[in-house]
Design a protein around this ligand. Structure first.
Ligand SMILES: [Zn+2]
Ligand SMILES: [Zn+2]
Length: 255
């Protein structure tokens, strides 16, 4: 059975208990990493996810809290002896920033000493488009309403037909509601408890979005530093009326 493991649940300003928000979707034979903060290899190892099981890396946008771990992730895969191709997906702006970051580390030199293949795939910024089909998952994306071009991601398990959506960073918007329509779990950002913030959502807004999209369960991520979990939960539960979970690093959700 597939599962989502939260590798981090903090907002851009994180705290002692939360790494920046990123997650892995683990299948029986392959896994998909979405965004890449902190020390991804340490987090994946602790979560029991084999590095070689990750064939796809989806980058939602090029704010540092979602992207900065890519450089050490790519270095460590190589050091771990990877040979097979890694596929990286993102909007053109995101891929440009990723390549520029890697260029700063002169990764062009790495390929002269037997670096594994990396393929970049441009994500369309059209309304809901199918990006990846694997034996276990189908993945589609849509653009969100954020400070930079950003995508939200929906992943359907082909085994269970259950679906999850990760909003990434966004204000409440129609496109994410449409992508999340009726899904089993919506992982939505909640950068504040109830105060509106440009480019982001509060827990109360995330709850309203979950209600509007008719999702079965709401999991809040991208949480404020040292946030009051009870207040965050209450704000979302009040507007959603359904099951709300305040995300924790390393929490798992089967689907
Ligand atoms: Zn962020
Ligand atoms: Zn952002």
């Amino acid at each position: 059975m597939a599962q989502v493991i939260l590798l981090g649940t903090g907002a851009a300003l994180s705290d002692a208990t939360r790494e920046h928000t990123y997650l892995v979707v683990q299948g029986e034979t392959s896994s998909i990493l979405i965004d890449c903060g902190g020390g991804p290899v340490q987090r994946l190892s602790r979560a029991g996810v084999a590095l070689d099981s990750i064939d796809h890396l989806i980058l939602t946008h090029h704010h540092p809290d979602h992207l900065y771990g890519v450089s050490v992730f790519l270095l460590d895969l190589w050091l771990a002896g990877r040979k097979k191709t890694l596929h990286i997906y993102g909007l053109p702006e995101t891929l440009r920033a990723t390549r520029a970051m890697m260029h700063a580390f002169e990764w062009e030199r790495w390929f002269k000493v037997g670096y594994f293949p990396v393929e970049f795939h441009r994500v369309s910024n059209a309304a809901i488009s199918l990006q990846i089909v694997t034996p276990e998952f189908s993945v589609s994306t849509t653009t969100t309403k954020h400070l930079l071009p950003t995508i939200a991601t929906r992943i359907v398990s082909r085994q269970s037909s259950k679906a999850i959506v990760y909003s990434s960073d966004t204000e409440v918007c129609d496109s994410v509601a449409e992508l999340a329509r009726g899904v089993d779990i919506l992982f939505h950002e909640a950068t504040t408890v109830d105060k509106p913030v440009l480019g982001h959502s509060s827990a109360a807004q995330a709850g309203a979005q979950a209600k509007r999209a008719g999702v079965k369960k709401l999991v809040l991520v991208h949480l404020p530093p040292n946030g009051d979990v009870k207040k965050i939960h209450a704000a979302a539960a009040k507007t959603f009326g359904g099951k709300v979970v305040v995300g924790k690093d390393f929490a798992r959700f089967k689907f």
